[in-house]
Design a protein around this ligand. Structure first.
Ligand code: ZN
Length: 142
């Protein structure tokens, strides 16, 4: 029995030493990268041409309306989904749209606790709760 304990301790010591030799970034959390939307102006409209891809990356295919309404409200315009693309009334630069997308992702998609984008928006009464499926964190959002 004592022999086993000793060899186990030896093993753990060796493991600890091996881990200490590894570069520190190996243990860092992988960082989620916010997608950049492709933006195409057409007359007095602005298209987000890869809308479906954005929704997929953000895991928001079921909550597309929330993001579309958010963009429409921030730009004081209307937003309509059309065959996998989003069309905004008015002219908005790629930079402006992506800055707003980034703001949205930080507030409504990425988990504050673990930094992962594996969240869902769940309505509880009049409150919207961002619930993380990776770590279980729950945060009320506006
Ligand atoms: Zn989390």
């Amino acid at each position: 029995m004592m022999m086993i304990m000793t060899s186990e301790n030896d093993y753990l010591t060796k493991l600890k030493r091996a881990r200490e030799k590894l570069p520190s970034h190996v243990f860092e959390k992988s960082r989620f990268e916010i997608p950049t939307a492709d933006v195409f102006p057409e007359g007095n409209k602005t298209w987000i041409t890869d809308w479906n891809r954005i929704l997929k990356v953000l895991n928001r295919e079921e909550d597309a309306d929330h993001l579309a309404k958010h963009l429409a409200r921030e730009f004081a315009t209307s937003a309509v989904e059309e065959r996998g693309r989003l069309v905004l009334q008015g002219k908005f630069s790629k930079k402006l749209i992506n800055r707003e997308l980034e703001t949205y992702v930080k507030e409504f998609v990425v988990c504050e606790e673990c930094g992962k984008p594996d969240t869902k928006l769940i309505k509880e009464g009049r409150i919207l709760i961002k619930t993380c499926e990776a770590c279980g964190a729950r945060v009320a959002v506006r």
